[in-house]
Each structure stands twice: as C-alpha cells, then as structure tokens.
Write a protein that binds this ligand. Structure first.
Ligand code: FAD
Length: 333
C-alpha cells in the first residue's frame, strides 16, 4: 500500500450506481484533473463495492491517476455508515487537499456525515470550483443565503476542502483506453451498518436521464397559473422533441413530479434550446439552466430577472403565447 504523498491530491468519490445515466463521477474526475494540474498534484478516485475493478479502470480511462479500491461483500450496497467507516480513516491517513462527490441522493447523505466526522466544512450543490492562484485554496461557488447571491466559499483551516456538485455541471473527458493509472487495494476494516438492514432493492423507472440529456427543454414556472396550463408544456415539448422541466413552486403545487425540478436542488440541464415560461429567474432555478446554449424566456413582467440571461425574451401572457406557439409549430409539422 502506497502511503507516500501520492495520495494527498484531489479526491473524487466514485458513485457508479445508475452509471449509464448518471455520469457525475466522470464529470468530477474531469474537474479534479483541472484542479489537480493547477495544484501540481494527483487525481485520486475512490471505488467501493464488492467488485469494483471495472469501475476503477473506467476512472483511470477518464483521468484518475490513482484509484483507491475497496472490495468487500458488505460494501455491495450503499450504506452511509458503512461507507463512512471505510472512507474516514483513509482521509485521516492520506490527508487529501480536496474531496468531491456528486450531489446525488447518496452523495448528499454521505458527504455531510463524512465532513462532520472529519471536522471539516462542506459546500453543497456547487456550481463552480476553481483554485485561487494566490492562496491555492479551493474556491467553492454555491447559491447561498436563500439563493439571493452566489457565495464563494473557502475552507482555509480544515482539510479536506469538501464539496458536492450536481450532475451535469462539468463535462467529462473522453474515454482514453490507453490512459495509465494505479489501482490500489488498501486493507479495509469494514464495520457493516447494523441499524439499517437492506432487504431488497429495485431500480426505479424515472425519466431523469432523458431530461438531463435532452437537446430541447421546456421549463415552466408558477406564472403558468395552473396544472392544466402547465400540461400544455408537454405538447410543446413533443413538437420540439424535448423534455419538460419545472421550477420549485410548480413541484410544490403538484403540477408535475419532482424528477422534473430544475436548479440548485434539482437537475442541471445543458440543452441546445431552453424555453423558460412563467418563471421569474431566481438564481436557484437559473443555476440549473446556465449551461443551455440558447435561452428563450416568456414572462409578462419586463423586469423579470430571467430576461437578463435570455438570448430572446418575449414579454407577454404565457397562457396566450403558448397556444399560439403550439399552433404555429403544428402547422409546420
Ligand atoms: C435553499 C433554496 C433552494 C431552492 N432551490 C430551487 C430549485 O432548485 N429550483 C427552483 O426552481 N427554485 C428553487 N428555490 C426557489 C426559488 O428561490 C424561487 O422561489 C423559484 O425558482 C421561483 O419559481 P418561479 O419562477 O416559478 O415562481 P415566481 O418567482 O413566483 O415567478 C413567477 C413568474 O411568472 C411571471 N408570470 C406570472 N403570471 C404570468 C403569465 N400569465 N404569463 C407570463 N409570466 C407570468 C411573473 O412575472 C414571475 O416572474 C429554492 C429556494 C431556496 C431558498
């Protein structure tokens, strides 16, 4: 087992569940590569499970220099306490500078617990990560203080500097079958979680991946006024071969399911075209649509913040414009 400074670098927690839909680990490895190059250090990915060799190889092919792999039957299912009991001693022993995880349902449960145990800070749902060239500290940008502003957080005194990031914020690197890296299998002392017993797990069928990969996204906000009006978005999405997303009040009102939530606490999308209808443009929402190539916004208030980021803005009543748009597109099809 290598205990040299090699393992001090930028760590990424490997979450390979639902791998083909959720590529957040590979996206984080790409970002970690960039950060590690600036810090002149290495990218270390973690792979825990009962058989992880294929994931370890995948992480190397996507930019990891070293993979810390733990294979044990008790690591087969994601159990937060069991995973903490393996990872925390590694962090204490190898002292990484930075540790990143996806803001997946597991990452959001695991990282706060791990940060608490390690007595360090954690910036959740970051939308940007950079290295301060003066201090070498990780600049963690996250919507803060109720979302009215983007906060830049640093962790000057404690290590590691920990952050979670939504799927889709960073781009993964191309798979390089010739990439060279080391896969280390440290001895693991697995203390299985005893308070929770996994009886059975079943994959939930969701449309999540489709939304994140869609080339066209129609996003609706509270301004649509009712579930019936919101449902017109599905018609528009069908005509443009796109998917439907929503702001938080829409989810709260039960107009659509929470898998369609966009923003800080929902999905990040990067379509070629995003049409935002009846949404004010709160930063917690725009965080999820920032990477869209073209944004068209419809809002009846000319002062709505969404117009500050829109490539094309239409000031008007969504429930008047939407049927006209649908009709016009139907004529073209
Ligand atoms: C910690 C935290 C996390 C959050 N996370 C998220 C998140 O992930 N995603 C998210 O979306 N929100 C999130 N929010 C909530 C966020 O702050 C906003 O409240 C929310 O995005 C507003 O949604 P909205 O634009 O649909 O509604 P509103 O802000 O109410 O805006 C409605 C807009 O519709 C316009 N409008 C009204 N009627 C019409 C009409 N007939 N035609 C056209 N336009 C019309 C209005 O002018 C207004 O601009 C979060 C908040 C907090 C505090």
């Amino acid at each position: 087992m290598d205990t040299s400074h090699d393992l001090e670098g930028v760590w990424v927690f490997g979450d390979y569940r639902n791998y083909f839909q959720n590529r957040v680990t590979l996206q984080l490895i790409a970002k970690a590569r960039d950060l590690a190059d600036k810090l002149d250090t290495r990218v270390i990915a973690l792979a825990l499970g009962d058989k992880v060799h294929q994931w370890a190889m995948e992480y190397v092919a996507h930019g990891a220099d070293i993979v810390l792999a733990a294979e044990h039957p008790d690591l087969k299912s994601y159990q937060v306490e069991t995973y903490c009991s393996v990872v925390a001693p590694w962090v204490e022993a190898f002292q990484p500078q930075v540790f990143l995880a996806g803001a997946t349902s597991f990452g959001r449960e695991f990282f706060p617990r791990l940060a608490k145990r390690l007595h360090t800070g954690l910036s959740a749902d970051c939308v940007a990560l950079e290295i301060d060239p003066e201090t070498g500290l990780l600049l963690q940008t996250t919507p803060g203080f109720g979302g009215e502003l983007l906060a830049e957080i640093v962790t000057p005194d404690h290590r590691p500097q920990m952050a979670t990031v939504h799927p889709g914020v960073f781009q993964e690197r191309p798979h390089d079958p010739g990439a060279v890296g080391r896969i280390l299998y440290p001895d693991v002392d697995v203390v299985p979680e005893t308070r929770v017993k996994l009886i059975r797990s079943k994959r939930q069928q969701t449309r999540q991946a489709k939304l994140e990969e869609a080339q066209v996204v129609i996003a609706g906000g509270r301004g649509l006024g009712s579930k019936e009006n919101f449902e017109r978005l599905y018609e528009l999405a069908e005509l443009l071969e796109g998917e439907v997303g929503a702001t938080r009040p829409v989810i709260g009102s039960g107009w659509t399911d929470k898998e369609r939530l966009l923003g800080q606490t929902g999905k990040t999308v990067k379509p070629r075209l995003l049409i935002s209808i009846g949404a004010s443009g709160a930063v917690q929402y725009t965080t999820g649509i920032l990477g869209s190539e073209n944004i068209v916004a419809i809002n009846r208030d000319p002062q709505a913040p969404i117009f500050n980021m829109a490539d094309l803005g239409l000031v008007g009543d969504a429930n008047t414009l939407l049927p006209l748009l649908i009709e016009a597109l139907r004529k073209r099809v």
